[in-house]
Design a protein around this ligand. Structure first.
Ligand SMILES: Nc1ncnc2c1ncn2[C@@H]1O[C@H](COP(=O)(O)OP(=O)(O)OP(=O)(O)O)[C@@H](O)[C@H]1O
Length: 333
């Protein structure tokens, strides 16, 4: 079995040595620089989500870590080893679900699993793998007759059956229905709990919110934002919203501490929205809400559909895509 982590190279001073390490990575296709100096680490038992706009450089980064591309400059290491050329020492410890699946279309699901099991040192049982990916009833079906989502589940099963210590997942749930996606999240979370280091790319922000210990958002080859989910959303403020009461105009809305107000038309009505920023992320929403309620009480108003929420990962992502990432905390660099 290859899941023991005790023989990892020691990294003096660090609590957990990085399983995956990227430093100042640059990659080019001809004259075009697709990855422009990015750095991050992923520890054993940690899931790091690499998010980003189309063409941001995520797949290029994952392919470099997988050993398919040599860095133009900078270094990448997986368990302290240069992955370029896919050295044998890493092949037993690392697996991946890449965007292009490499399975044979004519083989059955069971034959495909068996083929991968033959290559692994201490693989999971075939039936266990099929149960994990919800394809037990498709064991005798040819891969070419699976749906797109089922093929993706098979790809994931092939990647996890070798019990990898590091796993690269490049958009692993694309094409899956919501139930299969949730089952896949459980499978991935269990792997992380067992100590696997996972690098995930996804366009499903909810997937990153559910699974990621840390997140980075790439745009045009650079990491624009990184940190824990809390760290990346906190800089974009909390949101207070309600339906603008009849006879109240934008100019009548009260000033709230640390907040800016806006009125927008939506669902055929006018809505008031405050963005609450401030040095005290834990208490700032309470401090803004209290005078708002006081104002409403003083005017005898009810604030219909009143909502208070933190900024979402989507708010942060859209800010990055707009080039407005300057508001957000913790840029590497
Ligand atoms: N083989 C290639 N030759 C030339 N340019 C390429 C090649 N592969 C990728 N690129 C370009 O490099 C940039 C980064 O591509 P990459 O696939 O890494 O992005 P991505 O973040 O994974 O995008 P997506 O979210 O759309 O999958 C894009 O502008 C892409 O057009």
């Amino acid at each position: 079995m290859s899941t023991g982590h005790q023989d990892l190279p020691k990294d003096a001073g660090a609590a957990a040595p990085a399983a995956i390490s990227v430093r100042d990575l640059r990659q080019s296709y001809g004259d075009f620089e697709a990855v422009r100096g990015i750095s991050f680490d992923v520890a054993p038992g940690e899931l790091f989500a690499l998010l980003g706009t189309n063409g941001a450089g995520k797949t290029t980064t994952v392919e470099t870590l997988e050993g398919f591309r040599r860095p133009a400059s900078g270094t990448v290491r997986v368990f302290g080893t240069d992955p370029y050329g896919r050295p044998a020492a890493l092949r037993e410890r690392v697996d991946a679900v890449l965007q292009q699946s490499g399975v044979f279309a004519e083989l059955t699901v069971a034959e495909t699993v068996d083929l991968s099991r033959d290559l692994a040192a201490d693989p999971l049982d075939r039936d266990h793998v099929l149960d994990l990916i919800g394809l037990a009833d498709k064991a005798a079906v040819a891969v070419q007759r699976l749906s797109g989502g089922q093929k993706r589940r098979l790809d994931l099963g092939l990647a996890v059956l070798s019990r990898p210590e590091a796993l690269f997942l490049d958009e692993p749930t694309t094409g899956m229905d919501p139930e299969a996606r949730r089952a896949t999240w459980t499978l991935i979370a269990d792997l992380v709990d067992s100590g696997t280091a996972v690098l995930l790319t996804t366009h499903y922000l909810e997937e990153a919110e559910r699974l990621a210990d840390r997140i980075a958002i790439m745009h045009r080859g650079e990491i624009r934002v990184s940190g824990t989910l809390r760290e990346v959303v906190v800089g974009r403020g909390d949101r207070i919203g309600f339906r603008l009461p009849p006879d109240v105009r934008a100019g009548d809305l009260p000033d709230l501490p640390g907040a800016t107000a806006a009125v927008e038309s939506r669902d055929g009505g006018a809505w008031a929205g405050y963005t609450v920023l401030g040095d005290d992320p834990e208490g700032r929403a309470h401090r803004a809400l209290a005078p708002l309620m006081e104002w409403a009480r003083g005017r005898g108003l009810t604030l219909d559909r009143l909502e208070l929420r933190s900024a979402s990962l989507e708010d942060v992502f859209l800010g990055v895509a707009d080039g407005a990432a300057g508001l957000v905390a913790d840029r590497p660099g």
